[in-house]
Write a protein that binds this ligand. Structure first.
Ligand code: SAM
Length: 482
Protein backbone atom coordinates (compact mmCIF):
# COMPACT_ATOMS: atom_id res chain seq x y z
CA UNK A 1 0.00 0.00 0.00
CA UNK A 2 1.31 3.44 -0.93
CA UNK A 3 2.30 5.71 1.97
CA UNK A 4 1.41 9.40 1.96
CA UNK A 5 4.33 11.68 1.12
CA UNK A 6 3.72 15.19 -0.25
CA UNK A 7 7.35 15.36 -1.41
CA UNK A 8 7.14 12.16 -3.46
CA UNK A 9 6.96 12.39 -7.25
CA UNK A 10 4.68 9.35 -7.40
CA UNK A 11 0.99 10.10 -7.92
CA UNK A 12 -0.24 7.48 -5.44
CA UNK A 13 2.02 8.86 -2.73
CA UNK A 14 1.29 12.59 -3.00
CA UNK A 15 -2.41 12.06 -3.79
CA UNK A 16 -2.81 9.26 -1.35
CA UNK A 17 -6.16 7.49 -1.08
CA UNK A 18 -5.54 6.40 2.53
CA UNK A 19 -4.63 9.96 3.57
CA UNK A 20 -7.74 11.36 1.86
CA UNK A 21 -10.02 8.83 3.56
CA UNK A 22 -8.42 9.61 6.93
CA UNK A 23 -8.83 13.33 6.26
CA UNK A 24 -12.51 12.89 5.44
CA UNK A 25 -13.07 10.86 8.63
CA UNK A 26 -11.27 13.53 10.67
CA UNK A 27 -13.35 16.28 9.02
CA UNK A 28 -16.58 14.40 9.66
CA UNK A 29 -15.64 13.79 13.32
CA UNK A 30 -14.86 17.49 13.81
CA UNK A 31 -17.52 19.15 11.71
CA UNK A 32 -19.33 20.41 14.85
CA UNK A 33 -16.17 21.09 16.85
CA UNK A 34 -16.67 24.85 17.20
CA UNK A 35 -13.43 25.39 19.10
CA UNK A 36 -11.30 23.67 16.44
CA UNK A 37 -13.19 25.42 13.66
CA UNK A 38 -12.55 28.81 15.30
CA UNK A 39 -8.83 28.01 15.51
CA UNK A 40 -8.74 27.07 11.83
CA UNK A 41 -10.63 30.22 10.85
CA UNK A 42 -8.24 32.33 12.91
CA UNK A 43 -5.27 30.72 11.17
CA UNK A 44 -6.79 31.44 7.74
CA UNK A 45 -7.32 35.18 8.37
CA UNK A 46 -4.95 37.59 6.58
CA UNK A 47 -2.72 39.53 8.94
CA UNK A 48 -0.59 42.61 8.54
CA UNK A 49 3.15 42.38 9.22
CA UNK A 50 6.03 44.79 8.73
CA UNK A 51 6.57 43.28 5.24
CA UNK A 52 2.95 43.49 4.11
CA UNK A 53 -0.13 41.33 4.48
CA UNK A 54 0.40 37.61 4.87
CA UNK A 55 -1.86 34.61 5.09
CA UNK A 56 -0.93 31.20 6.45
CA UNK A 57 -3.24 29.15 4.23
CA UNK A 58 -4.62 25.85 5.50
CA UNK A 59 -3.58 22.22 5.28
CA UNK A 60 -5.85 19.80 3.44
CA UNK A 61 -6.97 18.48 6.83
CA UNK A 62 -7.88 21.89 8.22
CA UNK A 63 -9.59 23.01 5.03
CA UNK A 64 -11.56 19.74 4.90
CA UNK A 65 -12.93 20.40 8.40
CA UNK A 66 -14.24 23.76 7.20
CA UNK A 67 -15.79 22.17 4.13
CA UNK A 68 -17.54 19.56 6.32
CA UNK A 69 -18.73 22.12 8.89
CA UNK A 70 -22.47 22.68 8.93
CA UNK A 71 -22.67 25.36 11.65
CA UNK A 72 -24.32 28.39 9.96
CA UNK A 73 -22.37 31.05 11.91
CA UNK A 74 -19.05 29.39 11.08
CA UNK A 75 -19.99 29.01 7.41
CA UNK A 76 -20.78 32.72 7.40
CA UNK A 77 -17.26 33.36 8.76
CA UNK A 78 -15.73 31.21 5.99
CA UNK A 79 -17.39 33.49 3.43
CA UNK A 80 -16.30 36.65 5.25
CA UNK A 81 -12.67 35.52 5.44
CA UNK A 82 -12.72 34.39 1.78
CA UNK A 83 -13.72 37.92 0.81
CA UNK A 84 -11.12 39.44 3.14
CA UNK A 85 -8.37 37.32 1.54
CA UNK A 86 -9.57 38.16 -1.95
CA UNK A 87 -9.47 41.88 -1.17
CA UNK A 88 -6.11 41.67 0.61
CA UNK A 89 -4.28 39.93 -2.24
CA UNK A 90 -6.24 40.63 -5.39
CA UNK A 91 -8.12 43.84 -4.47
CA UNK A 92 -11.41 44.36 -6.30
CA UNK A 93 -9.87 43.40 -9.65
CA UNK A 94 -11.16 40.53 -11.75
CA UNK A 95 -8.97 39.29 -14.58
CA UNK A 96 -10.76 38.62 -17.86
CA UNK A 97 -9.99 35.95 -20.45
CA UNK A 98 -11.58 33.87 -23.19
CA UNK A 99 -11.11 30.24 -24.23
CA UNK A 100 -10.10 29.56 -27.83
CA UNK A 101 -10.92 26.07 -29.13
CA UNK A 102 -8.38 24.95 -31.71
CA UNK A 103 -9.46 21.39 -32.41
CA UNK A 104 -12.01 18.88 -31.17
CA UNK A 105 -10.24 15.84 -32.61
CA UNK A 106 -9.61 13.52 -29.69
CA UNK A 107 -8.51 9.93 -29.23
CA UNK A 108 -9.60 9.63 -25.59
CA UNK A 109 -12.74 7.99 -24.29
CA UNK A 110 -13.65 10.44 -21.44
CA UNK A 111 -17.26 9.53 -20.69
CA UNK A 112 -18.27 13.08 -19.66
CA UNK A 113 -16.82 14.91 -22.67
CA UNK A 114 -18.54 15.16 -26.08
CA UNK A 115 -15.17 15.10 -27.83
CA UNK A 116 -14.70 11.42 -26.89
CA UNK A 117 -13.56 9.17 -29.75
CA UNK A 118 -16.78 7.18 -30.01
CA UNK A 119 -18.93 10.27 -30.63
CA UNK A 120 -19.52 9.95 -34.36
CA UNK A 121 -22.24 12.66 -34.40
CA UNK A 122 -20.16 15.68 -33.46
CA UNK A 123 -18.51 17.27 -36.52
CA UNK A 124 -14.72 17.16 -36.09
CA UNK A 125 -12.89 20.36 -36.80
CA UNK A 126 -9.38 21.69 -36.52
CA UNK A 127 -8.57 25.33 -37.25
CA UNK A 128 -6.15 26.14 -40.04
CA UNK A 129 -3.69 28.96 -39.31
CA UNK A 130 -5.85 31.28 -41.40
CA UNK A 131 -8.85 30.32 -39.26
CA UNK A 132 -6.80 30.88 -36.09
CA UNK A 133 -6.08 34.39 -37.38
CA UNK A 134 -9.79 35.01 -37.98
CA UNK A 135 -10.67 33.80 -34.48
CA UNK A 136 -7.98 35.99 -32.95
CA UNK A 137 -9.16 39.03 -34.89
CA UNK A 138 -12.72 38.40 -33.69
CA UNK A 139 -11.44 38.04 -30.10
CA UNK A 140 -9.33 41.19 -30.39
CA UNK A 141 -12.33 43.06 -31.77
CA UNK A 142 -14.22 42.10 -28.62
CA UNK A 143 -11.34 43.51 -26.55
CA UNK A 144 -9.66 40.34 -25.27
CA UNK A 145 -5.96 40.36 -24.40
CA UNK A 146 -5.65 36.98 -22.66
CA UNK A 147 -6.64 33.59 -24.07
CA UNK A 148 -6.75 30.01 -22.88
CA UNK A 149 -6.28 27.68 -25.84
CA UNK A 150 -8.09 24.34 -25.71
CA UNK A 151 -7.71 21.19 -27.75
CA UNK A 152 -8.58 17.53 -27.62
CA UNK A 153 -5.76 14.98 -27.42
CA UNK A 154 -4.81 13.59 -30.80
CA UNK A 155 -1.14 13.03 -31.62
CA UNK A 156 -1.89 12.88 -35.35
CA UNK A 157 -4.29 15.80 -35.75
CA UNK A 158 -3.15 18.02 -32.87
CA UNK A 159 0.55 17.23 -32.32
CA UNK A 160 2.62 19.63 -30.22
CA UNK A 161 3.94 21.24 -33.44
CA UNK A 162 0.37 22.23 -34.34
CA UNK A 163 -0.23 23.74 -30.90
CA UNK A 164 3.08 25.66 -31.11
CA UNK A 165 2.23 26.95 -34.58
CA UNK A 166 -1.13 28.17 -33.31
CA UNK A 167 0.50 29.96 -30.36
CA UNK A 168 2.89 31.65 -32.75
CA UNK A 169 0.04 32.74 -35.00
CA UNK A 170 -1.97 34.06 -32.05
CA UNK A 171 0.89 36.25 -30.81
CA UNK A 172 1.58 37.50 -34.35
CA UNK A 173 -1.87 38.99 -34.99
CA UNK A 174 -2.18 42.73 -34.29
CA UNK A 175 -5.50 43.95 -35.58
CA UNK A 176 -6.14 47.70 -35.14
CA UNK A 177 -5.11 48.35 -31.49
CA UNK A 178 -5.61 44.67 -30.70
CA UNK A 179 -3.09 42.36 -29.14
CA UNK A 180 -3.15 38.95 -27.46
CA UNK A 181 -0.58 39.34 -24.71
CA UNK A 182 -0.91 36.10 -22.80
CA UNK A 183 -1.77 32.65 -24.10
CA UNK A 184 -2.56 30.07 -21.43
CA UNK A 185 -2.67 26.49 -22.60
CA UNK A 186 -5.12 23.72 -21.67
CA UNK A 187 -3.97 20.61 -23.50
CA UNK A 188 -3.51 17.01 -22.47
CA UNK A 189 -0.70 15.83 -20.23
CA UNK A 190 2.56 15.62 -22.16
CA UNK A 191 6.33 15.14 -21.85
CA UNK A 192 8.93 17.40 -20.19
CA UNK A 193 10.35 18.07 -23.65
CA UNK A 194 7.00 19.28 -24.94
CA UNK A 195 6.43 21.42 -21.84
CA UNK A 196 9.80 23.03 -22.52
CA UNK A 197 8.66 23.79 -26.08
CA UNK A 198 5.48 25.40 -24.73
CA UNK A 199 7.53 27.47 -22.30
CA UNK A 200 9.81 28.59 -25.13
CA UNK A 201 6.76 29.55 -27.19
CA UNK A 202 5.93 32.08 -24.45
CA UNK A 203 2.88 30.56 -22.82
CA UNK A 204 1.46 31.92 -19.59
CA UNK A 205 -0.13 29.24 -17.43
CA UNK A 206 -0.25 25.55 -18.28
CA UNK A 207 -3.70 24.37 -17.23
CA UNK A 208 -4.68 20.75 -16.79
CA UNK A 209 -7.75 19.61 -14.91
CA UNK A 210 -7.33 16.47 -12.90
CA UNK A 211 -11.04 15.76 -13.55
CA UNK A 212 -11.08 13.46 -10.49
CA UNK A 213 -8.45 12.57 -7.91
CA UNK A 214 -10.22 9.27 -7.14
CA UNK A 215 -8.11 6.73 -9.00
CA UNK A 216 -10.70 4.00 -9.37
CA UNK A 217 -13.30 6.43 -10.71
CA UNK A 218 -10.68 8.09 -12.89
CA UNK A 219 -9.92 4.78 -14.60
CA UNK A 220 -13.63 4.17 -15.22
CA UNK A 221 -14.30 7.71 -16.44
CA UNK A 222 -11.33 7.51 -18.83
CA UNK A 223 -11.70 3.96 -20.11
CA UNK A 224 -9.61 4.32 -23.27
CA UNK A 225 -6.87 6.45 -24.79
CA UNK A 226 -3.67 7.94 -23.33
CA UNK A 227 -5.63 9.86 -20.69
CA UNK A 228 -6.52 6.51 -19.07
CA UNK A 229 -3.07 6.59 -17.41
CA UNK A 230 -3.90 8.13 -14.01
CA UNK A 231 -0.30 8.41 -12.85
CA UNK A 232 0.92 10.08 -16.04
CA UNK A 233 -1.97 12.57 -15.84
CA UNK A 234 -1.56 13.27 -12.11
CA UNK A 235 2.21 13.76 -12.40
CA UNK A 236 1.87 16.14 -15.39
CA UNK A 237 2.35 19.33 -13.36
CA UNK A 238 5.68 18.05 -12.07
CA UNK A 239 6.82 17.44 -15.63
CA UNK A 240 5.54 20.90 -16.63
CA UNK A 241 7.61 22.45 -13.84
CA UNK A 242 10.62 20.35 -14.84
CA UNK A 243 10.13 21.79 -18.32
CA UNK A 244 10.42 25.32 -16.91
CA UNK A 245 6.75 26.26 -16.65
CA UNK A 246 6.30 27.75 -13.20
CA UNK A 247 2.69 28.91 -13.54
CA UNK A 248 0.44 25.87 -13.53
CA UNK A 249 -3.35 25.72 -13.17
CA UNK A 250 -5.16 22.90 -11.37
CA UNK A 251 -8.84 21.98 -11.49
CA UNK A 252 -11.39 19.30 -10.73
CA UNK A 253 -14.49 18.65 -12.80
CA UNK A 254 -17.10 18.79 -10.05
CA UNK A 255 -19.92 16.31 -10.52
CA UNK A 256 -17.79 13.28 -11.36
CA UNK A 257 -16.90 12.13 -7.82
CA UNK A 258 -17.74 13.02 -4.21
CA UNK A 259 -16.81 16.66 -3.75
CA UNK A 260 -15.18 16.27 -0.34
CA UNK A 261 -12.78 13.69 -1.75
CA UNK A 262 -11.96 15.95 -4.71
CA UNK A 263 -11.43 18.95 -2.47
CA UNK A 264 -8.94 17.12 -0.24
CA UNK A 265 -7.11 15.81 -3.34
CA UNK A 266 -6.95 19.29 -4.87
CA UNK A 267 -5.43 20.88 -1.77
CA UNK A 268 -2.99 17.95 -1.43
CA UNK A 269 -1.93 18.53 -5.02
CA UNK A 270 -1.25 22.19 -4.22
CA UNK A 271 0.73 21.17 -1.12
CA UNK A 272 2.74 18.71 -3.21
CA UNK A 273 3.74 21.38 -5.75
CA UNK A 274 4.78 23.71 -2.95
CA UNK A 275 6.74 20.92 -1.22
CA UNK A 276 8.59 19.77 -4.34
CA UNK A 277 8.93 22.91 -6.46
CA UNK A 278 8.66 25.64 -3.83
CA UNK A 279 5.68 27.22 -5.57
CA UNK A 280 2.01 26.34 -5.43
CA UNK A 281 -0.46 26.41 -8.33
CA UNK A 282 -0.92 29.78 -10.04
CA UNK A 283 -4.64 29.11 -10.50
CA UNK A 284 -7.35 26.66 -9.58
CA UNK A 285 -10.40 26.31 -11.83
CA UNK A 286 -13.74 25.14 -10.50
CA UNK A 287 -15.69 23.74 -13.49
CA UNK A 288 -18.94 21.84 -12.97
CA UNK A 289 -20.12 19.14 -15.36
CA UNK A 290 -22.46 20.54 -18.02
CA UNK A 291 -24.83 19.29 -20.66
CA UNK A 292 -23.12 18.82 -24.03
CA UNK A 293 -23.71 17.08 -27.36
CA UNK A 294 -24.16 13.46 -26.17
CA UNK A 295 -23.54 14.15 -22.48
CA UNK A 296 -26.33 14.40 -19.91
CA UNK A 297 -25.12 15.58 -16.46
CA UNK A 298 -28.06 13.68 -14.89
CA UNK A 299 -26.29 10.44 -15.82
CA UNK A 300 -23.66 11.29 -13.20
CA UNK A 301 -24.49 10.89 -9.50
CA UNK A 302 -22.29 13.45 -7.83
CA UNK A 303 -23.65 16.81 -9.00
CA UNK A 304 -23.36 19.61 -6.42
CA UNK A 305 -25.86 22.38 -5.69
CA UNK A 306 -25.02 26.08 -5.81
CA UNK A 307 -24.59 26.41 -2.02
CA UNK A 308 -22.06 23.58 -1.89
CA UNK A 309 -20.29 25.02 -4.93
CA UNK A 310 -19.96 28.41 -3.22
CA UNK A 311 -18.69 26.77 -0.02
CA UNK A 312 -16.05 24.76 -1.92
CA UNK A 313 -14.86 27.93 -3.65
CA UNK A 314 -14.62 29.87 -0.38
CA UNK A 315 -12.73 26.99 1.29
CA UNK A 316 -10.25 26.91 -1.61
CA UNK A 317 -9.75 30.66 -1.10
CA UNK A 318 -8.88 30.08 2.58
CA UNK A 319 -6.62 27.08 1.91
CA UNK A 320 -4.48 28.59 -0.89
CA UNK A 321 -4.63 32.38 -0.53
CA UNK A 322 -2.01 33.11 -3.20
CA UNK A 323 -3.66 31.04 -5.93
CA UNK A 324 -6.06 32.68 -8.40
CA UNK A 325 -9.51 31.08 -8.71
CA UNK A 326 -11.15 30.84 -12.13
CA UNK A 327 -14.83 30.57 -12.96
CA UNK A 328 -15.94 30.01 -16.55
CA UNK A 329 -19.12 30.64 -18.51
CA UNK A 330 -20.23 27.08 -17.69
CA UNK A 331 -21.97 28.95 -14.87
CA UNK A 332 -24.90 31.37 -15.05
CA UNK A 333 -24.65 35.10 -14.36
CA UNK A 334 -26.28 34.49 -10.96
CA UNK A 335 -23.83 31.81 -9.84
CA UNK A 336 -20.87 33.78 -11.19
CA UNK A 337 -22.04 36.87 -9.33
CA UNK A 338 -22.24 34.92 -6.09
CA UNK A 339 -18.84 33.28 -6.53
CA UNK A 340 -17.16 36.62 -7.18
CA UNK A 341 -17.73 37.29 -3.48
CA UNK A 342 -16.24 33.93 -2.44
CA UNK A 343 -12.72 34.57 -3.68
CA UNK A 344 -12.85 34.17 -7.47
CA UNK A 345 -10.24 36.34 -9.20
CA UNK A 346 -10.59 35.43 -12.91
CA UNK A 347 -13.62 35.03 -15.18
CA UNK A 348 -14.09 34.29 -18.85
CA UNK A 349 -16.40 36.52 -20.86
CA UNK A 350 -18.14 36.41 -24.23
CA UNK A 351 -16.95 32.78 -24.55
CA UNK A 352 -17.69 30.38 -27.37
CA UNK A 353 -16.75 26.74 -26.83
CA UNK A 354 -17.02 25.60 -30.44
CA UNK A 355 -14.10 25.28 -32.82
CA UNK A 356 -14.18 28.43 -34.98
CA UNK A 357 -17.08 29.91 -32.99
CA UNK A 358 -15.86 33.49 -32.66
CA UNK A 359 -15.60 34.22 -36.37
CA UNK A 360 -19.27 33.21 -36.88
CA UNK A 361 -21.99 35.86 -36.69
CA UNK A 362 -24.34 33.58 -34.70
CA UNK A 363 -23.18 31.36 -31.81
CA UNK A 364 -22.65 27.89 -33.39
CA UNK A 365 -23.55 24.81 -31.29
CA UNK A 366 -22.48 21.86 -33.44
CA UNK A 367 -18.88 21.53 -32.27
CA UNK A 368 -19.33 22.94 -28.74
CA UNK A 369 -17.54 21.30 -25.82
CA UNK A 370 -20.29 22.21 -23.37
CA UNK A 371 -23.36 24.47 -23.24
CA UNK A 372 -22.42 28.02 -22.29
CA UNK A 373 -24.72 29.23 -19.49
CA UNK A 374 -23.55 32.84 -19.40
CA UNK A 375 -24.08 33.95 -22.99
CA UNK A 376 -23.64 37.69 -22.43
CA UNK A 377 -21.25 39.66 -24.59
CA UNK A 378 -17.88 40.72 -23.16
CA UNK A 379 -19.16 44.30 -23.03
CA UNK A 380 -22.11 43.21 -20.88
CA UNK A 381 -19.85 41.18 -18.56
CA UNK A 382 -17.44 44.10 -18.18
CA UNK A 383 -20.26 46.55 -17.35
CA UNK A 384 -21.88 44.08 -14.95
CA UNK A 385 -18.58 43.59 -13.09
CA UNK A 386 -18.12 47.33 -12.69
CA UNK A 387 -21.71 47.87 -11.58
CA UNK A 388 -21.02 45.33 -8.85
CA UNK A 389 -17.84 47.08 -7.67
CA UNK A 390 -15.24 44.90 -9.45
CA UNK A 391 -12.56 46.29 -11.75
CA UNK A 392 -12.33 44.20 -14.94
CA UNK A 393 -8.62 43.79 -15.62
CA UNK A 394 -7.05 42.95 -18.98
CA UNK A 395 -3.60 43.09 -17.43
CA UNK A 396 -0.93 40.62 -18.51
CA UNK A 397 2.04 42.49 -17.03
CA UNK A 398 3.28 40.02 -14.42
CA UNK A 399 4.25 37.26 -16.75
CA UNK A 400 5.66 39.66 -19.34
CA UNK A 401 7.79 41.28 -16.65
CA UNK A 402 9.00 37.86 -15.50
CA UNK A 403 6.86 37.87 -12.37
CA UNK A 404 5.84 34.22 -12.56
CA UNK A 405 6.01 31.37 -10.07
CA UNK A 406 7.47 32.41 -6.73
CA UNK A 407 8.17 35.96 -7.99
CA UNK A 408 4.42 36.46 -8.51
CA UNK A 409 3.77 35.03 -5.05
CA UNK A 410 6.26 37.52 -3.53
CA UNK A 411 4.50 40.42 -5.22
CA UNK A 412 1.23 39.14 -3.81
CA UNK A 413 2.69 38.87 -0.32
CA UNK A 414 4.56 42.19 -0.39
CA UNK A 415 1.38 44.27 -0.37
CA UNK A 416 2.59 46.13 -3.49
CA UNK A 417 -0.40 45.13 -5.55
CA UNK A 418 -2.08 48.48 -4.99
CA UNK A 419 0.98 50.16 -6.50
CA UNK A 420 1.36 47.67 -9.33
CA UNK A 421 -1.62 45.47 -10.26
CA UNK A 422 -4.18 48.16 -9.46
CA UNK A 423 -2.80 50.83 -11.86
CA UNK A 424 -2.16 48.11 -14.47
CA UNK A 425 -5.81 47.08 -14.24
CA UNK A 426 -6.95 50.70 -14.64
CA UNK A 427 -4.71 51.28 -17.64
CA UNK A 428 -5.80 48.11 -19.44
CA UNK A 429 -9.43 48.83 -18.60
CA UNK A 430 -8.95 52.25 -20.20
CA UNK A 431 -7.69 50.52 -23.36
CA UNK A 432 -10.79 48.37 -23.36
CA UNK A 433 -13.12 51.32 -22.84
CA UNK A 434 -11.51 53.50 -25.51
CA UNK A 435 -11.15 50.79 -28.16
CA UNK A 436 -14.10 48.45 -27.70
CA UNK A 437 -16.75 49.48 -25.15
CA UNK A 438 -20.32 50.59 -25.76
CA UNK A 439 -21.23 54.15 -24.69
CA UNK A 440 -23.00 52.91 -21.48
CA UNK A 441 -20.00 50.79 -20.49
CA UNK A 442 -17.65 53.70 -21.22
CA UNK A 443 -19.63 55.94 -18.92
CA UNK A 444 -19.62 53.48 -16.00
CA UNK A 445 -15.96 52.63 -16.65
CA UNK A 446 -14.47 56.11 -16.78
CA UNK A 447 -16.34 57.02 -13.60
CA UNK A 448 -14.88 53.95 -11.91
CA UNK A 449 -11.35 54.70 -13.13
CA UNK A 450 -11.54 58.25 -11.77
CA UNK A 451 -12.50 56.94 -8.33
CA UNK A 452 -10.05 54.05 -8.31
CA UNK A 453 -7.04 56.18 -9.31
CA UNK A 454 -7.34 57.84 -5.90
CA UNK A 455 -6.70 54.47 -4.19
CA UNK A 456 -3.13 54.14 -5.55
CA UNK A 457 -1.01 54.80 -2.44
CA UNK A 458 2.24 56.08 -4.02
CA UNK A 459 1.87 59.57 -5.45
CA UNK A 460 4.49 59.01 -8.15
CA UNK A 461 2.80 55.81 -9.37
CA UNK A 462 -0.59 57.55 -9.30
CA UNK A 463 0.73 60.44 -11.42
CA UNK A 464 2.30 58.09 -13.98
CA UNK A 465 -0.91 56.03 -14.19
CA UNK A 466 -2.97 59.21 -14.70
CA UNK A 467 -0.66 60.39 -17.45
CA UNK A 468 -0.74 57.00 -19.20
CA UNK A 469 -4.52 56.90 -19.02
CA UNK A 470 -4.65 60.36 -20.61
CA UNK A 471 -2.30 59.12 -23.36
CA UNK A 472 -4.46 56.06 -24.05
CA UNK A 473 -7.55 58.27 -24.28
CA UNK A 474 -5.93 60.79 -26.59
CA UNK A 475 -3.61 58.73 -28.77
CA UNK A 476 -2.95 55.26 -30.12
CA UNK A 477 -0.29 54.57 -27.51
CA UNK A 478 -1.06 51.31 -25.70
CA UNK A 479 0.38 48.62 -23.46
CA UNK A 480 1.68 50.68 -20.54
CA UNK A 481 2.54 48.62 -17.50
CA UNK A 482 4.27 48.64 -14.13
N1 SAM B 1 -8.11 17.66 -23.78
C1 SAM B 1 -7.42 18.27 -22.69
C2 SAM B 1 -7.25 17.29 -21.54
O1 SAM B 1 -7.33 16.12 -21.76
O2 SAM B 1 -7.02 17.73 -20.43
C3 SAM B 1 -8.01 19.53 -22.11
C4 SAM B 1 -8.93 20.35 -22.87
S1 SAM B 1 -10.62 20.07 -22.52
C5 SAM B 1 -11.02 20.91 -23.99
C6 SAM B 1 -10.95 21.15 -21.15
C7 SAM B 1 -11.76 20.64 -19.99
O3 SAM B 1 -13.15 20.68 -20.27
C8 SAM B 1 -11.56 19.22 -19.55
O4 SAM B 1 -10.39 19.09 -18.78
C9 SAM B 1 -12.82 18.91 -18.76
O5 SAM B 1 -12.64 19.12 -17.37
C10 SAM B 1 -13.81 19.94 -19.26
N2 SAM B 1 -15.03 19.30 -19.77
C11 SAM B 1 -15.13 18.23 -20.58
N3 SAM B 1 -16.41 17.88 -20.75
C12 SAM B 1 -17.15 18.75 -20.02
C13 SAM B 1 -18.55 18.90 -19.79
N4 SAM B 1 -19.46 18.07 -20.32
N5 SAM B 1 -18.96 19.88 -18.98
C14 SAM B 1 -18.06 20.73 -18.42
N6 SAM B 1 -16.75 20.64 -18.62
C15 SAM B 1 -16.28 19.66 -19.41
Amino acid sequence: MAIYDPKSRKAEEFINDGEILETLAYAEANKDNAELIDQILEKARPRKTADGTVCAGLTHKEASVLLACELPDKIQKIYEIAEEIKLAFYGNRIVIFAPLYLSNYCVNGCVYCPYHLKNKCIPRKKLTQEEVRKEVIALQDMGHKRLAIEAGEDPVNNPIEYILECINTIYSVHHKNGDIRRVNVNIAATTVENYRKLKDAGIGTYILFQETYHKKSYLELHPTGPKHDYDYHTEAMDRAMDGGIDDVGLGVLFGLELYKYEFAGLIMHAEHLEAVHGVGPHTISVPRLKRADDINPDDFDNGIDDDTFAKITACIRLAVPYTGIIISTRETEKVRGRLLNCGVSQVSGGSRTSVGGYAEEERPHDTEQFDVSDQRSLDEVVRWLMENGHIPSFCTACYREGRTGDRFMSLCKSGQILNCCHPNALMTLTEYLVDYASPETKEVGFRMIEEELGRIPKEKVRDIAKQNIEDIRNSNRRDFRF
